[in-house]
Design a protein around this ligand. Structure first.
Ligand SMILES: CC(C)[C@H](C(=O)O)[C@@H](O)C(=O)O
Ligand code: SF4
Length: 475
């Protein structure tokens, strides 16, 4: 009898070209076959320059797809493509690389442009059991489909493009099981924020993190993407959810998804994509779904988070190891210990990013905004995760709800998630944000970020302060 294996180990085993050391299990070095990569204009230029200098070609151009997302403008009318000359140069070089190396590239005006991790799944290009490596840490998103996705640096991108392989070190395995049912108002974002708070910002460091349990299985694919996307914020290099029929339903009819006999063959291969009974995890954590409340971050690390009905912690009352970070975070965030989270007023509200700007996220925010207005003095904007999401939302009339409420209905891109274009917070501005990182300066130098779900951003935008979505009666 072969010994029971985790889903992660099964996928790595299927992609092992050759061992590079004689360790078995975590720490094993191997040459890994990579099925697919997504390129962006920000992290790929040096990789292409390296290929040019070495006179190399791309081994399998059809295994790569490029999307402009990090630096482009999100101005509503899409006449402004790049916010400045540097961004324009990056966008132009990216297009040239696509032409010269035979890689399909979605430029800013492409009808399917968007944030890369939103675009790939929409195409049906992410299917169970793949290895997808890309120059972006949120490549973990593809775990929602039962694929191993991880971020790589620029020299690894070059190696991958030239060979379709990567030298790889097998990770340890960790499983977080969320059992039971979440309460109304609690979303996938709150689930992953609760996980990060429970295990810490480095809690899954060095591990492939499998997310399991009834509450995870009950999520739609978009919610599962939110969870796997943000799992990188607790240090996970890979996030995985066992694929099921919901994944196959999601893929149905998408342009690049397998169809007909190919799909039937694929289904037979996918049937084994689960952690065997008795598979050993290096660490196991159990969370009761009923204990999860809508979450917000109060500090400058994603684990500095609390249920919305909490208060800014008193550093003196925290464990010694957390005290100094908490003091610094509270000072940077301009807050006072003991202050109720709901008393924290905001200047900006942002719905966007590869974590939470898909259609279901927009619908959840629109539910709250229907018939309400953004509070005076708050600037609220929404950047749909992709041009496809934008069109689909418009077809449902969601744009009308957002604009009637006073939100700016913008184009897609990373935007205020990392402020690499002209969507930036001014120093001291405070933003309720559906994104994934709240580090100092993440949304602009001196800017203050509070992470939360899209519905919670909507609740904060209309209240003018952080607010509990459970107390916002639906019209
Ligand atoms: C710019 C890129 C390298 C970065 C990442 O890897 O995640 C960005 O997308 C982010 O979210 O911080
Ligand atoms: S939306 Fe944010 S997290 Fe996602 S790829 Fe862009 S910058 Fe990174």
């Amino acid at each position: 009898m072969p010994s029971p294996r985790t889903l992660y180990d099964k996928i790595i085993d299927r992609h092992r070209v050759m061992p590079l050391n004689d360790i078995e299990g975590p720490g094993e070095q191997l040459l890994l076959y990579v099925d697919r990569t997504v390129l962006n204009e920000y992290t790929s230029p040096q990789a292409f320059s390296g290929l040019r200098e070495a006179g190399r070609t791309v081994w399998r151009p059809e295994g790569a797809l490029g999307v402009v997302d990090h630096v482009n403008s999100t101005a509503p009318d899409r006449t402004a493509i790049a916010p400045d000359a540097d961004a324009q140069r990056q966008i132009d070089y990216f297009a040239r690389n696509g032409r010269d190396f035979g890689i399909e590239m979605y430029d800013v005006l492409h009808p399917r442009q968007g944030v890369e991790h939103v675009v790939l799944p929409e195409l049906g290009w992410v299917v169970p059991g793949l290895v997808i490596a890309a120059g972006d840490s949120h490549t973990t998103t593809y775990g929602a489909f039962g694929s191993v996705g991880f971020g790589i640096g620029t020299s690894d991108i070059e190696h991958l493009l030239a060979t379709q392989t990567l030298p790889y070190t097998r990770l340890k395995s960790m499983r977080v099981t969320i059992d039971g049912t979440v309460a109304p108002g609690v979303t996938a974002k709150d689930m992953i924020m609760a996980v990060i708070r429970a295990i810490g910002a480095a809690g899954a460091h060095g591990h492939a993190l499998e997310l399991a349990g009834d509450a995870v299985r009950a999520l739609g694919i978009e919610g599962r993407m939110t969870i796997c996307n943000m799992a990188v914020e607790c240090g996970a290099r890979v996030a995985l959810i066992e694929p099921d029929e919901a994944v196959i339903d999601y893929l149905s009819g998408r342009p690049k998804a397998p169809k007909g006999e190919l799909l039937e063959q694929a289904r037979r291969v996918w049937a084994d994509l689960r952690s065997d009974d008795g598979a050993r995890f290096d660490r196991e954590v159990h969370i009761d779904a009923a204990d999860i409340a809508p979450m917000v971050t109060w500090g400058t690390s994603p684990d500095q988070a609390l249920p919305i009905d909490g208060a800014i912690p008193d550093p003196a009352a925290l464990p010694a190891a957390e005290r100094q970070d908490a003091e610094r975070a509270i000072a940077y965030m301009g807050l006072t210990p003991g202050m109720a989270l709901e008393a924290v007023t905001i200047d900006r509200a942002f719905i966007g990013s590869c974590t939470n700007a898909r259609l279901t996220d927009l619908r959840a925010a629109a539910e709250i905004l229907k018939g309400r207005k953004v509070a005076p003095g708050v600037r609220a904007m929404i950047s749909p995760g992709s041009s496809t999401v934008r069109r689909e939302a418009e077809a449902e009339g969601l744009d009308a709800i957002f604009t009637a409420a006073g939100f700016e209905w913008r184009q897609s891109g990373c935007s205020l998630c990392l402020a690499m274009n002209d969507d930036v917070l001014a120093p001291g501005e405070r933003c309720a944000s559906s994104t994934n990182r709240n580090f100092e300066g993440r949304q602009g130098s001196g800017g203050r970020t509070h992470l939360m779900s899209p519905a919670m951003v909507a609740a904060a935008a209309v209240s003018g302060h952080l607010a509990d979505v459970r107390r916002m009666p639906l019209p």
